[in-house]
Design a protein around this ligand. Structure first.
Ligand code: SAM
Length: 240
């Protein structure tokens, strides 16, 4: 898979070289490119923003640098198009569709993901409209809150997607039975414990030390349901 990031803060993407994502790059499972949006400006100030039409506070990202960046990275003459890669442009935005584990799984099937990281009050609305003439576009929100920019959202989405690629997580069994996984029917994960069995007066539940696999599975299922009902009732499947 190839990942490209368009941003005015390329230094934000240093963490890509760390941990499991970094290892996936080293082993050739992933290739990444970070593109400074200002390299597509032509004025002396390398400006990427301007005041909003209609008035109001804040600045809006100008369409021209975005148009040139998108032409270079996903336009008809780009490597992505000439090699026939399955590509999607992801625009992180609080007004997007919610990014979920299911969306992460869908995106893990693409060859090429491009993230357009907004700043200021966001990107001129004609940019996604233009991008849709070139490539599939998804406007995605990390959650119901507002960040300063799309970089952190792009990194969070990257981790969720990349860990689903074959070879990225050492033991693929760790992907099963996680919160939001199909194996747990979309529930939150049950509580986990490791050694020692007793710590600061708190004991691991006896059932987990029993070696009785069926009873352990039932206990975990019950705990997953209990936790989900308590913290995220919206995720509990309806009984009808
Ligand atoms: N004016 C925008 C609004 O009210 O929806 C908020 C803009 S925000 C300050 C600047 C940038 O941060 C956005 O263009 C987007 O790239 C990113 N961003 C902020 N919150 C986000 C979220 N919840 N999910 C994804 N991206 C987000």
């Amino acid at each position: 898979m190839r990942l490209d990031y368009i941003t005015i803060f390329p230094e934000y993407f240093a963490p890509l070289n760390a941990s499991l994502v970094g290892k996936a790059i080293d082993s050739g499972i992933l290739a990444t490119g970070v593109h400074d949006l200002r390299q597509y400006t032509h004025d002396v100030h390398r400006s990427v923003d301007d005041t909003p039409f209609g008035g109001g506070a804040g600045m809006v990202m100008k369409p021209e640098p975005w148009g040139e960046a998108l032409d270079a990275i996903v336009g008809p003459d780009s490597q992505s198009q000439t090699q026939g890669e399955r590509t999607v442009l992801i625009i992180p935005t609080p007004s997007g569709i919610r990014f979920t584990q299911q969306v992460a799984a869908e995106l893990a099937d693409y060859d090429h993901l491009v993230f357009a990281c907004g700043r200021y009050e966001g990107i001129d609305a004609r940019v996604p409209q233009y991008a849709r003439t070139l490539v599939e576009v998804r406007e995605l929100s990390l959650g119901d809150y507002v960040l300063n920019g799309g970089e952190v959202a792009a990194l969070a989405m990257t981790e969720a997607i990349v860990r689903l690629l074959p070879g990225v997580i050492g033991n693929p069994a760790s992907l099963a039975e996680e919160s939001h996984s199909e194996e747990l029917a979309g529930l939150l994960e049950y509580p986990l414990y490791t050694k020692p069995a007793s710590w600061r007066g708190m004991d691991v539940p006896d059932i987990l030390l029993s070696g009785h696999h069926a009873k352990i599975a039932q206990w975990r299922r019950d705990k997953a349901e209990e936790l989900t009902r308590d913290r995220r009732p919206d995720l509990v499947p309806s009984s009808d």
